[in-house]
Design a protein around this ligand. Structure first.
Ligand SMILES: N[C@@H](CCC(=O)N[C@@H](CS)C(=O)NCC(=O)O)C(=O)O
Length: 202
């Protein structure tokens, strides 16, 4: 199977690091796509990803899976150890709950801020809307504080153990650097969590 990956872009990094945490990077062929050079908008790539997004996983039978979390779900089924999405219904629900919170209330809000404010994003986000950037910045910063408060009482985000939710949060914090925002440096418990995930992923 072949994973279309864009290094440094947060959604592709999510699938890549999920697979890395499973110790299975060698199980897939990796093809790098340059978003800044517009490779994801080329007709050949659109045949794999109709919405022109990265990542995409193409299975040996030709099936195409997009959506980073769906790709992670496929990897979880294929490579069950270590478990990163929950062992029983309660763990699965708690891990999904926190992973979706991070994705929707931090990653997505930050992405809207970044896309609407950073000059590098001007070719991809037309038009850039400063009001949207300001609103999303506020939402992302507010949610980072809520995550920090949760991590003050919890070593890991969900179910008392390392999971995909921790990977999503760690990568999102790293991604925030592009706007010179480092939530893991500003917020004590996010910082402790960031260091722990970094050590774990190696
Ligand atoms: N919900 C999708 C989002 C994928 C996505 O937006 N990927 C970004 C890179 S992080 C992309 O391909 N952007 C290209 C563009 O905006 O033109 C997922 O989780 O895979």
């Amino acid at each position: 199977m072949k994973l279309y990956h864009a290094p440094r872009a947060v959604n592709p990094e999510r699938t890549f690091n999920f697979l890395k945490a499973k110790g299975k990077l060698d199980a897939v062929e990796i093809a790098e796509i340059s978003i800044m050079e517009g490779e994801h908008k080329q007709p050949e790539y659109r045949k794999l990803s109709p919405f022109a997004q990265v990542p995409v996983l193409v299975l040996d039978d030709g099936t195409k899976i997009t959506e980073s979390r769906a790709i992670c779900t496929y990897f979880e089924g294929l490579f069950p150890d270590p478990n990163l999405m929950g062992n029983d219904p309660k763990e699965k629900a708690l891990i999904e709950m926190w992973d979706r919170r991070v994705e929707l209330m931090l990653m997505l809000q930050f992405a809207m801020w970044f896309r609407n404010a950073h000059p590098m994003m001007a070719p991809l986000e037309k038009p850039q809307v400063p009001e949207s950037a300001a609103k999303s910045e506020k939402s992302a910063k507010r949610f980072a504080e809520r995550l920090d408060a949760h991590l003050a009482d919890n070593e890991w985000l969900a179910a008392g153990r390392f999971s995909i939710a921790d990977i999503t949060l760690y990568l999102t914090c790293g991604f925030c650097n592009v706007m010179q925002w480092q939530p893991n440096k500003e917020l004590e418990h996010l910082g402790r969590h960031y260091g722990a995930v970094k050590e774990r992923l190696g």
